[in-house]
Design a protein around this ligand. Structure first.
Ligand SMILES: [Zn+2]
Length: 825
């Protein structure tokens, strides 16, 4: 699974909000004392056969289930099935085609069934269940254990919402499949599956495995039967129903299909077209061919997370649906990395599944790491380096994360294991491990892990054993430190050259609390026009490394492969960083130099770095340099301006162009107006948005006039620019457009545009408009109170003051009520 929404909001909030008071240490939650063991297996699922139909009006699903099981080891005459908030009509054992009713008790969470006899583990038995799933009434059942996870979602079921299609889809992870069929809802169970779905004939269905039959019924419905003939875990069951257009692609002789709303169907190939190439890439790397009968991807409305890797049928949220113009600015953005993330789960997650949520790392750390694998392969080493570095920053910027073990035997709620430790830090750990073992041994080990545990479960120990088998090296120390421990090294690196003895000394101190980390790394010594590599092991809180070198080195590059999941302070001179920028090959090498140079642009070496980086071969670093360039320094500006103009006009990357235009716009030089107007003709929304903002800096009235021309077709950065310009210079005439667009934005984008939007809310004449805006802002504050509540209240307060000044007491009161509503949440 990939979660996107909230994490982004949190990050921005942390960056933008004024420093919040340090949180008081809270007493430890008693739930953290519970050891989260892998649940005992009493019965094993073998086969799950379902027959389902829907009541769209009531949002009910009528289900019949035939579930085949056997005792795992010990004989038993009882069976417990998870079943959340259902009406259970009949439970029977099926023998020779005859149903014999069984006694059971049901508490709205699980069914305890008394079997007709004691079964041994060589005896299969089949239970028949007639039931109704009522996902929208789950909460009404009033059990603390039932959360928002409905499992089965009816979207616009009666077609009452305009411009929204009618859809049904499911979301199983973590344990929500048991809200739509009774099962043993644990990842350690595996079962084959057969599902017959009866739907209005106009709709398309998708489920796991192959479509084995379609039958038209006399009542205008159709029954589709899907068969998943290889076992998988209950949380990976899925179905989706709705009006989708299917684009058929293929990998080898397997179908690779893309299900999209008809409106986006023409762009299926642009959005998903690289999927077969990615399937081939991962199959080759892992030495295990894509294991399932087909691979489909579907995009649905109102999805509750980012995307979900249901076996052979990945489900994506709407974010992935883009027009070709939006895709111009996409590069290796969120949407594309999510496509490969979910695909990689088909091996790590679906083929071999985490044994319990405590062991989620063997699913999610791999899916995270696969994003970097694809970035390296498809876009080059720099893109991969940038992707994994972003992961590291994401982890490091989250202060709580350093206290959490990767393999998490203690948690309050299983949902919290889906965090930056399991995903981003776990990805960084695999990046280190690949470097330590070498590509070939690492991927051979992954292949062994997959083949040994195919259609079964894995935990970190199985992974270790497989990697040890492949490489011949003991890895206990690595796993104890990174998988069964928490935190990261905090390194302080300093240098001393002794001319008399021709000795270079490097001091590496580990300043984190607790034990030192064992870190095998490369140290590259650049001297006399050559680079010499030394492999060293850091093992102590204070390590001293010495190297005999013929002449004073130009650079000593500690962690030459830039793989460490560490925080570091590296005391190099700017001259050394300039040498590093020009000579060390990696993304992180060059980024470190840019970051060191950014605050010191009075220095010649810093200038050299920034000016060179404006022409870096990797667009991500060009953008870093563009954003770092200090235009208030005359020397820097004189040298940078022509380069920025050339980037703004013709860089091959639209995001770099947009960044350059933004920097030039801030100079407010009317001489550049033509450049910006020319940029408005570009097809990229990012370039257009930056250009419109730049024009707004020089001539707000002109920008307001030009903005009108983009009302019909705008997305992303251009929409944000329109909201910004109308909010700054517009009036009541622009309100309906601004309000309409703002309310369509996602939470992160709303948060980014909030200040400008709030300006206009404070200024519009009509109280009705002001109140619309206040209520929109209130919703954001209530929903994300935990992260942005205080900030939003500040905005509402300033709106209140402005409305009072306009003698609009009614709106001032609405603002006041909004603040109270956030407080009360
Ligand atoms: Zn995932």
């Amino acid at each position: 699974m990939k979660k996107t929404l909230l994490a982004g909001v949190v990050l921005t909030a942390v960056c933008i909000l004024p420093a919040m008071a340090q949180q008081q240490p809270k007493p430890a939650d008693p739930r953290l004392k519970i050891y989260r063991e892998t649940p005992a297996k009493i019965n094993d699922l073998i086969h799950t056969k379902l027959d389902v139909r829907f009541d769209y009006k009531k949002a009910y699903m009528y289900g019949k289930e035939w579930v085949t099981l056997k005792p795992h080891f010990y004989p038993t005459d009882t069976l417990r099935l998870d079943a959340k908030g259902m009406d259970i009509k009949t439970i029977a054992v099926v023998k020779n085609g005859k149903n014999t009713p069984l006694k059971f008790t049901y508490d709205s969470l699980s069914i305890a069934i008394k079997l007709d006899k004691v079964y041994r583990n060589n005896e299969n038995y089949t239970i028949y269940i007639d039931y109704t799933a009522k996902p929208n009434e789950l909460k009404a059942k009033g059990s603390a254990a039932i959360t928002d996870a409905k499992g089965l979602y009816f979207i616009n079921p009666e077609g009452k919402e305009k411009d929204k299609p009618t859809q049904i889809w499911t979301q199983g992870e973590t344990e929500a499949s048991s809200a739509w069929f009774p099962t043993i809802d644990k990842p350690s169970q595996k079962t084959t599956e057969e599902i017959s779905i009866t739907v209005p004939a106009k709709y398309v269905t998708l489920s796991n495995g192959r479509l084995s039959a379609q039958k038209a019924n006399a009542d205008g419905t159709r029954t589709d039967t899907w068969k998943q003939e290889l076992p998988h875990s209950p949380y990976l069951f899925m179905m989706a129903v709705g009006d989708f257009k299917i684009y058929k692609d293929k990998w080898k002789n397997k179908e690779v299909n893309y299900y999209l709303e008809p409106k986006y169907a023409p762009y299926a190939k642009e959005i998903f077209g690289f999927t077969p190439e990615a399937i081939q890439f991962y199959s080759t790397k892992l030495g295990v061919d894509y294991p399932w009968v087909k691979y489909s991807q579907i995009v649905v409305r109102d999805y509750v997370s980012g995307a979900m890797e249901n076996t052979s049928a990945t489900l994506h949220g709407e974010y992935v649906q883009s027009t070709p113009r939006e895709l111009i600015d996409a590069y290796y953005s969120q949407g594309r990395s999510t496509i490969v993330h979910e695909l990689f789960h088909q091996w790590f997650g679906d083929y071999v599944t985490a044994e319990s949520w405590s062991n989620l790392t063997v699913n999610e750390s791999f899916a995270d790491f696969s994003e970097t694998m694809w970035a390296e392969y498809k876009y080059g080493k720099d893109e991969g380096g940038a992707h994994i570095y972003d992961d590291l920053q994401n982890y490091l910027s989250n202060p709580d994360a350093k206290t959490k073990d990767l393999v998490r035997f203690h948690y309050k709620d299983k949902e919290e294991v889906f965090d930056v430790v399991t995903y981003q830090k776990g990805g960084c750990i695999l990046y280190m491990l690949r470097n330590y073992l070498g590509e070939d041994a690492f991927y051979k080990g992954l292949g062994i892990y997959l083949k040994t545990n195919a259609f079964k479960n894995g935990e970190a120990h199985q992974l270790r054993l497989a990697l040890e088998e492949a490489s011949g090296r003991d890895l206990n120390w690595f796993f104890n430190q990174w998988y069964f421990g928490a935190g990261h090294p905090v390194l302080d690196i300093s240098y001393k050259w002794d001319e008399a003895t021709k000795t270079q000394t490097v001091y590496v101190n580990q300043t984190q609390d607790g034990d030192p980390f064992i870190l095998p790394i490369a140290v590259d010594v650049y001297a006399g026009g050559k680079k010499e590599r030394h492999k060293v092991w850091l093992r102590n809180k204070a390590d001293t490394l010495t190297f005999a070198v013929a002449s004073k080195p130009n650079l000593v590059n500690v962690d030459g492969d830039k793989i460490l999941a560490a925080k570091k302070t590296d005391k190099k001179t700017l001259e050394e960083f300039a040498f590093q920028y020009a000579n060390a090959p990696l993304y992180r090498d060059r980024l470190e130099a840019i970051e060191a140079a950014a605050p010191a642009q009075g220095d010649k070496n810093a200038q050299k770095i920034i000016l060179a980086a404006l022409k870096d071969k990797y667009y991500g670093l060009r953008i870093e340099a563009i954003q770092a360039v200090n235009m208030t320094n005359d020397e820097v500006r004189n040298a940078a301006q022509p380069v920025l103009q050339s980037i703004a006009r013709s860089d091959e990357n639209t995001l770099a162009r947009a960044a350059a235009i933004s920097v030039l716009g801030k100079l407010k030089a009317s001489g550049q107006l033509n450049l910006f107007k020319e940029a408005l003709k570009n097809q990229s929304y990012a370039v257009q948005g930056a250009a419109l903002n730049a024009i707004g800096q020089i001539d707000p009235a002109e920008a307001l006039k030009l903005a009108k021309g983009f009302e019909a077709d705008n997305k992303g950065a251009l929409t944000q620019a329109l909201i910004g310009i109308y909010s700054t210079s517009g009036s009541d005439a622009e309100w309906p457009f601004v309000y309409g667009k703002y309310s369509e934005l996602g939470p992160q984008a709303q948060f980014n545009a909030l200040q400008k939007f709030a300006d206009l809310v404070g200024r519009v004449q009509k109280p009705e408009y002001a109140q619309q805006g206040i209520n929109e802002i209130k919703e954001l504050g209530v929903r994300f109170k935990q992260y942005v509540g205080d900030y939003v209240k500040g905005m509402l307060n300033s709106i209140k003051t402005k409305r009072e000044a306009l003698k609009d007491d009614a709106s001032a009161k609405v603002a006041d009520d909004a603040i109270k509503a956030i407080d009360a949440k």
